[in-house]
Design a protein around this ligand. Structure first.
Ligand code: SF4
Ligand code: SF4
Length: 691
């Protein structure tokens, strides 16, 4: 039966057990140290969806779903990963036979292991060379290289190489009838056959021990290095947030025990937020897809996560130091409180402020404030991250602290907040004029038509912004044409609160949202059609946090339903093309990509996609409340996006968001392309094709 002798030519192989125990000791201690750091965060339950978690590990971890979206780094990582898995499997089978007497390394399994370990081991070596080529020769901007990267690559490569050499030398001495299945070792054996047997035996023993020592170094070094991602990446995928993305945790303003709002200290974040920083691979995909970074802002989502990781270590060290000081004090003349603290053990229990620990300020000194305000909350970073690091909630939490505790935010945000407070819209136009434009189009308010089936929600832009009013007009005409029984809230509608919330003003969001919910519940509203993806997202996904449960659809979805039901008839044109800009809050936040495109196709337009499209769409620059802030640093994001649209050569740019429409229209004007290219909302295009 196919098999081979284990520990052939190796005397004293038992030494591997104490060596393994030493390596394991380093591993456990290193892992425990990281665990202590994650425990600095607050408790958070991430065990709600175990089966979905396992599925995510299979799809995103073992299947590399996100990593493979980038061909070269995807394939490179895939083959190294699977090489590692197969070789770990083969080693386990050998260990089970050698140490537990299980007869596994025989027959079909022996042949399978031999073939697959050779194939995947070879592929893994190719993968390591690809990694090295990319990291040290092509050096894409998104990679930062540290000494440990080189150490790890060399370590894995030499482990793989010595594994093959051991096999080759063994087969050069002892002919193996099954050797051909280990084709790499078999080939090497041919090369070694000219050497004398004594030399080969010595060489084999040297290689075996050298290989073993390297494997032990690998195990011991694991938790102190980037190797840790092999374990933490799947765990982070398992514990990832699910459901609608991008829902900030609500603040309970009625809870009087809350002393602070938002987060300004590392220890105010949850353990998962800290765990994220260790799971980060430094792959730079987030950086490579961040509109703020790509437009030359200082913000770099990868750097934010890495800086928080470094700060977590600083905090852990400072707390340990403090605890040691307390322990010494408690044995001499400590106060009662200090003694109790020291006796409790565990750095997380020490009630001491960051200032007393001599730590840098998280906001300002670790994460620059301008980075927090530069984020458009587009979540492109999160959508690309292979291990599901959650960047944006951290930003919003820190913004909340600046706004609610420090009253420190950009001056333009102050104006937008004041306008929302006083007039229920960020422009500050008199609240009582909100319905003027729409009622002029024959639209009734809910007060006038309480039996309406649909609440049409134009949002602040649709009601007050001259350009977006045209879109509102188109939507109204389409709804009227389809015979939909709809109404608006009129002057009773307030800003949905999205900009306020994403800018960190949770209290303002809370006031606006609760008023809106009260009014809608008062009218018994069931279904809402929104014009703006920001209103859509917050009404659909975030109002339920405050008890506002309504069926909410975006206008592109609803109009598509009307077309499908033949309640709207359009005459398709011929020969015109369009490019469509995916709004972040419609696309990445709610996975609505097809409906707007179906509408464009219904009117006969050929769609030419931009370089960044669908899930990889490039933000217009207005999300996260940035619509109301100046863009002083770097290139203007809207102009970069407009350049992508212009590069398609189409005469139309389709949008489905009033903010995007404004930003792209401004971009077209800035590029002096208004003569040949127009930005239109999908509803306007549909309305023009009505018959
Ligand atoms: S949300 Fe968008 S702008 Fe903010 S860090 Fe992520 S990619 Fe950059
Ligand atoms: S946060 Fe995610 S995408 Fe960004 S570097 Fe880390 S692992 Fe890569």
């Amino acid at each position: 039966m196919a098999t081979r002798e284990l520990y052939w030519n190796i005397e004293g192989h038992w030494l591997l057990y104490p060596l393994f125990l030493i390596a394991l000791g380093f591993f456990v201690y290193g892992f425990y140290q990281r665990y202590q750091l994650w425990k600095l965060g607050k408790p958070e339950n991430r065990w709600q969806e175990v089966w979905q978690g396992i599925k995510d590990v299979l799809v995103y971890g073992f299947g590399h779903k996100r990593i493979l979206q980038d061909a070269y780094p995807g394939i490179m990582h895939f083959i190294v990963f699977w090489g590692f898995i197969l070789l770990a499997f083969a080693t386990t089978i050998v260990a089970l036979q050698a140490d537990f007497g299980l007869k596994l390394f025989h027959g079909g399994l022996y042949v399978f292991i031999k073939v697959s370990a050779n194939l995947f081991g070879l592929l893994a070596m190719v993968g390591i060379l690809m990694v090295a080529w990319r990291r040290y020769v092509t050096r894409p901007d998104r990679l930062d290289t540290k000494a440990e990267d080189g150490v790890i690559l060399a370590l894995i490569f030499v482990i793989l190489l010595t594994g093959f050499l051991i096999e080759g030398v063994r087969m050069a001495i002892v002919p193996d009838p099954w050797g051909v299945y280990g084709f790499v070792g078999y080939g090497l054996a041919v090369a070694f056959r000219g050497m004398g047997e004594g030399a080969l035996l010595g060489f084999h023993r040297f290689l075996w021990w050298f290989h073993l020592l390297l494997v032990m170094v690998f195990i011991g070094y694991f938790p102190y290095s980037k190797l840790m991602h092999i374990l933490l990446a799947p765990l982070n995928q398992f514990f990832r947030k699910r459901g609608p993305i991008g829902i900030p945790e609500p603040i309970d303003f009625e809870d009087e025990s809350l002393e602070t709002y938002g987060k300004s200290s590392l220890r105010e974040f949850s353990w998962k937020a800290l765990f994220n920083t260790d799971a980060c691979l430094r792959c730079g995909r987030c950086q490579d897809n961040c509109p703020a970074y790509l437009s030359g802002k200082h913000l770099n989502p990868k750097q934010v996560i890495q800086d928080m990781r470094g700060y977590m270590e600083e905090t852990g060290t400072a707390l340990q130091e403090h605890r040691r000081t307390l322990a010494v004090a408690s044995t001499s003349e400590a106060t009662g409180e200090e003694t109790a603290v020291a006796a409790e053990g565990g750095v997380e229990f020490v009630p001491v402020s960051d200032e007393e620990l001599g730590l840098r300020a998280l906001i300002g000194e670790v994460i620059p404030e301008e980075d927090l305000w530069a984020c458009t909350t587009c979540r492109s970073c999160e959508a690309q991250c292979p291990v599901f690091v959650e960047h944006v909630d951290k930003t919003i939490d820190m913004r909340r602290n600046l706004v609610l505790m420090e009253s420190r935010f950009p001056a333009e945000a102050q104006l937008a907040f004041k306008n929302m407070e006083n007039n229920g819209n960020p422009w500050g136009i008199g609240w009582s004029t909100r319905a003027e434009f729409l009622t002029g189009l024959g639209v009734k308010t809910y007060a006038e038509n309480p039996e309406a089936d649909i609440l049409y929600w134009p949002g602040c832009s649709g009601a007050f912004d001259a350009r977006s009013q045209k879109v509102s007009g188109a939507i109204v005409k389409l709804l009227q044409k389809a015979g939909v029984n709809f109404a608006i809230l009129g002057n009773e509608e307030k800003c949905c609160g999205d900009s306020a919330r994403k800018l960190g003003n949770e209290y303002l969001f809370y006031s606006l949202a609760t008023e809106n919910i009260e009014v809608m519940q008062g009218y018994g509203v069931k279904k809402i059609v929104t014009q703006c993806p920001h209103c859509f997202n917050i009404l659909k996904n975030e109002y339920p946090q405050l008890g506002g449960d309504f069926e909410v659809v975006h206008h592109t979805t609803y109009l598509n339903e009307l077309i499908q039901a033949s309640r709207i008839q359009v005459t398709p044109g011929q020969g015109r093309s369009i490019t469509f800009h995916d709004s972040c809050y419609l696309g990445r936040y709610n996975q609505i990509y097809d409906e707007p495109r179906q509408l464009l196709k219904a009117v006969g337009l050929a769609i030419k996609e931009m370089k960044h499209t669908h899930e990889k769409s490039f933000c217009c620059g207005a999300g996260g409340g940035r619509m109301w802030l100046e863009e002083k640093e770097g290139e203007r994001i809207n102009q970069m996006r407009t350049d992508e649209a212009l590069a398609t050569g189409t005469e139309l740019v389709g949008t489905a968001c009033p903010f995007c429409l404004t930003m792209v229209s401004d971009g077209i004007a800035a590029r002096e392309a208004g003569e040949r290219v127009k930005a239109l909302d999908v509803a306007e295009i549909l309305e023009q094709a009505l018959h």
